[in-house]
Write a protein that binds this ligand. Sequence first.
Ligand code: EPU
Length: 465
Amino acid sequence: MDRFVIKGGTRLEGRIRVNGSKNAALPLLAAALLTDQPVTLRGVPNLADIASMLRLLGELGCPKTGESIGSPQTLTVQSRDESACHARYDIVRTMRAGICVLGPLLARRGSARVSMPGGCAIGDRPVDLHLRGLEALGARISLDSGDIVATTPPGGRLRGARIFLGGPFGSTVLGTANVMSAATLARGTTVIESAACEPEIVDLAAMLSAMGARISGAGSPRITIHGVEALTGVDHEVIPDRIEAGTLMCAAAITDGDVVIENCPLDALMAAVDRLHAMGVSVEELHESRGTSDGAGGVDPMRATCRVRRIGAMKPVEITTQPHPGFPTDLQAQFLATLCLSSGNSVVTEKIFPERFLHVAELARMGAQVNRAGATVIVSGVHRLVGAPVMASDLRASAGLVLAGLAATGTTVINRVYHLDRGYEHLDQRLGTLGARIVREDDRAATEERVPVIETKPRESVRSA
Ligand code: EPU
């Protein structure tokens, strides 16, 4: 298992380009099961979760064809054997997004058996809304040996329906992806009410539309899908990762740095940018961002270039996580860490995953003044954080600890960074290009190096006896 050894105190400066979005790429890959033609994705980040999804698709008869090209990768998958329908526990337990194959398998192959994902470090994470949505499309669903078993109604096709996908914590992102994907091949029209509005859903709808699906309203709470007979192959570029971009913004803010971020999905980060402005952090869109990624000359606010730097002392703010376009839960830990060095009391409330605060106790080990009451944390800003050994617990909590380590005096050792590697490609090296001092170590090797050598003295005493 790897760990990061971070020597803090360096201002980050320079330019960095945002990678493709993990959370967009995962349901896009699963949607390849909806056709027997090749699906090519560009800008796919090279991450453990992506590798797991490719392994899962391979087991479902939809392998990667040819080698991935470049970094970020361009890769092609193609469904060639439609007889396999079992997404096994071994894979789904390592990557909850494995649930994304449920809707596509059911819609195209008529049956699916997908291991029910369990809880994870950030909360219970049920999938009841996914199942309710698919049942409304006529699916018959049961649970067998920990697997969700789903089949289409007699006649072999799902049928369009009006579906309400809201739950106690708002809508569901992957649930919306599942139901929207399944409805593309259903007979008739589906209306999803209280659909997730996240940019990853808009990207999925864009790709499905390019495959021949008839979808309108993606990005709003009501999505309408007119089912079609079949979908074709596609060549699609994944949107940039808004959470990576927001994390890089926090890295500039917490180190009092000056960073230019390219390929930045500013349009998807309005709530985060609003909080940064309130904190006294300037996020300035640069003129050079005026142009699409293919140089066609248009404006693409999802691929902007912006300069991020602090203007004076960092001010405290209130943050409440909400479904998009509200403040994203996936940036809560990074902002909370950044606010540890603000000049007053901040209030951070988590409304999506009320238990998602495993980073708080670790930040306290670095001298942060953080007090949690239920789903709210009061962060009283301190003048400095002090490096310490800390434990990464989930992906975004780990990112928060990296940010704290960058700003802390002394050395911070973050154990178990495999959590971080699930969602950030080579974050150590990438931050290194901005001046961060992060060394990745194999923690077993590091522990062995430090085992004290205790044989010298006893030998001498034996000799002298
Ligand atoms: N929920 C239900 N029932 C359901 C589904 C969800 O009650 O059937 C609840 C959840 O417990 C939670 C809320 O609804 O309180 C939202 O969960 P959602 O289903 O939207 O989460 P998800 O789709 O499983 C995706 C991202 C998460 C991100 C959430 C919220 C991927 C692969 N995962 O998860 O990303 O936090 O949306 O925006 O897209 C991450 O990248 O670190 C990460 C955890």
